[in-house]
Design a protein around this ligand. Structure first.
Ligand SMILES: NC(=O)c1ccc[n+]([C@@H]2O[C@H](COP(=O)([O-])OP(=O)(O)OC[C@H]3O[C@@H](n4cnc5c(N)ncnc54)[C@H](O)[C@@H]3O)[C@@H](O)[C@H]2O)c1
Length: 261
């Protein structure tokens, strides 16, 4: 039996590079999606899927603050009392030395990348516990296992999401709840053009074979979710970096020094 068939799947950041791939691939596998993003128009491409019953609802939600996330959760509840699978995928990035990033910008990043996913889990975990099943997928990053100098708030948010995932996994395993964290390397999506503060990174100047393709990243991730994998490293570079940091964390730190400049 296909793991996703007829499961209710809540997905944030559904119009983005990885999000649209998650939506498309999970619908093809029989999932019933609740899609959300900051702008409803960005989800228009999925209207035909709604007509076919593959999309249960589309929600506009700004999860960069408490009120937006609370409204989002209330809207989800109207569609499904408790989704079977929650994919916390929405995220933003910034490039800049920490002192150069305005406080309101990095606070916003922490809200979207870490606090809101925690709020979403906090809201649904008790219902998942009562039901005795559920799967939470938190999209972290390679920056959730190694530092990304020039992206300190991003690193903090993604390490936080990894640590949070590890903790709730052990708290809730006895209630039939699975928790996966996902750690992609640089992938060709809009996030690579994020805000810059005093740093002019040009990802196009990097060896292009290293930059992952969103479709491949999501295909590998979806298979790993179906296998209830805890720690997902899609793509070859993520796996090499994970091995390197296990062998010598300090060496990985030194290598990463001039990655963003
Ligand atoms: N692309 C990469 O290189 C890469 C690498 C590792 C991890 N990731 C992670 O993958 C996830 C998806 O990113 P992506 O690469 O598809 O980038 P993306 O920019 O294409 O998509 C991000 C999505 O998040 C949504 N979003 C942003 N702010 C929001 C807000 N305030 N409220 C609601 N939604 C909001 C955007 O509208 C967008 O749809 C992110 O969590 C990102 O950190 C990406």
């Amino acid at each position: 039996m296909n793991y996703f068939k007829d499961k209710t799947i809540l997905l944030t950041g559904a119009s983005g590079g990885l999000g649209a791939q998650f939506a498309t691939q999970l619908m093809e596998l029989g999932g019933k999606l609740i899609l959300s993003d900051i702008k409803l128009e960005a989800l228009d491409r999925f209207k035909p899927n709604a007509a076919k019953g593959q999309v249960l609802g589309m929600i506009a939600a700004d999860i960069s603050h408490k009120e937006g996330t609370e409204k989002f959760l209330a809207d989800v509840k109207k569609i499904s009392p408790c989704p079977d699978i929650i994919i916390n995928n929405a995220g933003i990035a910034q490039a800049g030395n920490f002192g150069d990033v305005p406080l309101d910008r990095w606070e916003k990043l922490m809200n979207i990348n870490l606090i809101s996913p925690m709020r979403i889990c906090h809201y649904f975990l008790p219902d998942m516990q009562t039901r005795g099943s559920g799967h939470i997928v938190n999209v972290s990053s390679v920056a959730g296992i190694v530092p990304l100098p020039g992206g300190a708030p991003y690193t903090a948010s993604k390490h936080g999401l990894k640590g949070f995932s590890d903790a709730i996994r052990e708290e809730y395993y006895k209630y039939g709840i699975t928790v996966s964290s996902v750690h992609p390397f640089f992938t060709r999506t809009a996030i690579l053009q994020s805000e810059r503060f005093g740093i002019n990174i040009d990802v196009d100047a990097y060896p292009q074979f290293l930059i992952e393709n969103p479709e491949n990243v999501v295909t590998e991730t979806v298979k790993a979710i179906a296998n209830k994998t805890d720690f997902i490293l899609p793509g070859p570079t993520a796996k090499v970096i994970d091995l390197a940091r296990r062998l010598s964390p300090r060496l990985v730190g030194l290598f990463s020094r001039d990655l963003l400049k």
